[in-house]
Structures are given as C-alpha cells and as structure tokens.
Write a protein that binds this ligand. Sequence first.
Ligand SMILES: Nc1ncnc2c1ncn2[C@@H]1O[C@H](COP(=O)(O)OP(=O)(O)OP(=O)(O)O)[C@@H](O)[C@H]1O
Ligand SMILES: [Mg+2]
Length: 247
Amino acid sequence: MIELKNIHKSFGSKHVLNGINLHIVKGESFIILGGSGTGKSVMLKHIIGLMKPDKGRVFIDGKDVTDYTREQWFDIRRRFGMSFQEAALFDFMNVFENVAFPIRRHTRSTEMEIKKRVGYCLDIVGLSGNELLMPAELSGGMRRRAGFARSIALNPEVLLFDEPTTGLDPVMTDQIDNVINDLRRGLDVTCVTITHDMVSAFDIADRMVMLHEGEIVFTGTPDDVMKSRLPIIRSFLKGRICEEKTQ
Ligand SMILES: Nc1ncnc2c1ncn2[C@@H]1O[C@H](COP(=O)(O)OP(=O)(O)OP(=O)(O)O)[C@@H](O)[C@H]1O
Ligand SMILES: [Mg+2]
C-alpha cells in the first residue's frame, strides 16, 4: 500500500535519509523505532508528501506519487489521518472546530453530522466537555489527544502517528493504544506509528523497523525484536526499559 524506494534526503550538508526502502502492507500496524534525530519524522513526512525526496520514489497503492502536485495530494490526504509530533492544532480555533476542520474541508456533512462525529472523536480521547477550550488553554497531553481526535475525524484508511502517546499518562497511553487497535480491527485501517514507548510499540505492532543513521537496520515482528541479538536493538530495548523503570 505504501512503498518507499531508495529515499535520500539531506538538509544542507546533513544527510538524514540514506536510501530508505520499505513496504507497508494494507491493514498492518507498522512501527518506526529509532533514536532522537535519526530521521523518523522526516521519513513519515515523505509518506504524506509534506517533504520531497532528493532521490528515490514514493508509491501509494502502486502509483508513483513522488511528483504529485498539491491538488493531487489533497485527494490522497483525505484518506490519511495524521497526528504529528507538534500536534499542530490551529491556535485560533477551539477544540471542537479543530476536530471539525477536516470534516468541513473534505465533506459536505451537515452541522448535525459534524457535531455527532466530533463528539464521538472527543469522547474516544477523553476530551468530552472541553469543546470550547482554545489550544492555549490545554495541557500538552490534552493537545496531543485533540490532535489524535482530529486525525481520526474522517475515518481514514491510513493513520500516521508521530509519537501519539508521548507525554500522556499510562492510563491515557493505554486508552490511545486501544483506540488504535480498535480502529484497525474494525476498519482494516493501516497504521504507521513512530514511538519511543516500547510498551505501546509491542501493544500495537505487527511489524517494526529500526532507523539508525539514515538507514533501516532492522525489520521484523515484535517477536523478532525480542529475539534479535543486534546490538543496536538490544541497547535500544535496554535503554527504554531502564527509562520506563525510573519513571
Ligand atoms: N525542515 C528541516 N530543515 C532542516 N533540518 C531538518 C528539517 N527537518 C528535520 N531536520 C533534521 O533532520 C534530522 C532528523 O529529524 P527528525 O525530525 O526526522 O528526527 P526524529 O527521528 O523524528 O527525532 P525525534 O525522535 O527527536 O523526534 C535532524 O537532525 C533534524 O535537525
Ligand atoms: Mg520526530
């Protein structure tokens, strides 16, 4: 469904992606792991056309979308729900309007339908009753959850999440993981998630990749990850587990 072929990306003299190849199958939950600054967010932005590769091609449903125009991307993005690390909410819109935004933009739903859908999405992330708050009035975790609610507003076929649970407490993290799993079970949704949270990763993954120095150094199931003797995987797992213990 999503394929990256030999993607290279540099910013000035800094090579961030050095020949990324990956293939994400329809309906799977695909996790991207890797240290800070290794290019995970940059890679995700290539999947949705927010960044263009210096070299290499991006395919969606077998079509080469690398050189698509903004208008062509508009149609594709309707099928994608994204929740980025920065939880880019519109500062001038309240929570309700933020979640309603993609629905207004991409559909002709009535106010009644919009209200129902927004209510449903906010309920899922535990934000019911906060519809009228502005982003500046939300905590970091609430902003993330509002961003998550907005990403699922259009019932997307593909969900792209950049650290959806960072900064959330364990109960809320669990709830978001459950939502991701429910969405996938019910709707055959394809999910691509970047996470630092190994508990989450194992909860929701079908397959995982590890990014290191601009390359994919490992691909496998959660089971393969546990069994892997690759030093980079071992130290990542160990680091994460120590971190979680001290939290
Ligand atoms: N728009 C940009 N312009 C210049 N450099 C950028 C840009 N976006 C990312 N970079 C650089 O690319 C590298 C990878 O960034 P990226 O955001 O993908 O890291 P990451 O793996 O998502 O890290 P983290 O886990 O901290 O979110 C970083 O060195 C960053 O400074
Ligand atoms: Mg990132």
